[in-house]
Design a protein around this ligand. Sequence first.
Ligand SMILES: [Zn+2]
Length: 154
Amino acid sequence: MSLPAARDKFRSFLTRRGLRATSQRLAIFDAAFTQGEHFTADQLLASARALDDSVSRATIYRTLPIMTESALLREVDIGSGEKFYRSNRDGARTQLAQVVCLDCAKIFEISAPFMEWYGSTVSSKLGLTPVSQRLQVSARCDAFRATGTCPRRG
Ligand SMILES: [Zn+2]
């Protein structure tokens, strides 16, 4: 999905919610949607301010839940206390598994269609229908452990 197409979707989502598409909200959306990596609210604040310096921290925190509800943004909770977000550019509905590198603080997401199959198989044996599921792997970095450096460390 291109940025203009995604922005249009976000605008109509705001309209349906009775919210105005303010320049701050759109700057936050643009900044979030063009991030290639996972990001935190603070990182988003910095990049949104580069687009519109009137964006406040409060607006970031009010806009993040709106964007995740619109499904154009996903929230990724790795249990570290800090929430991460990622743009949902491909509009993927397939299951994702997360592999979190504890050494380099990187989050990798891999498509995991088998997880959906597994979840529905074990649930149906219990007479249940799965609503959501997640697979998250915490890992150590081989390169960092061996050499003390890793190209993925930011
Ligand atoms: Zn690493």
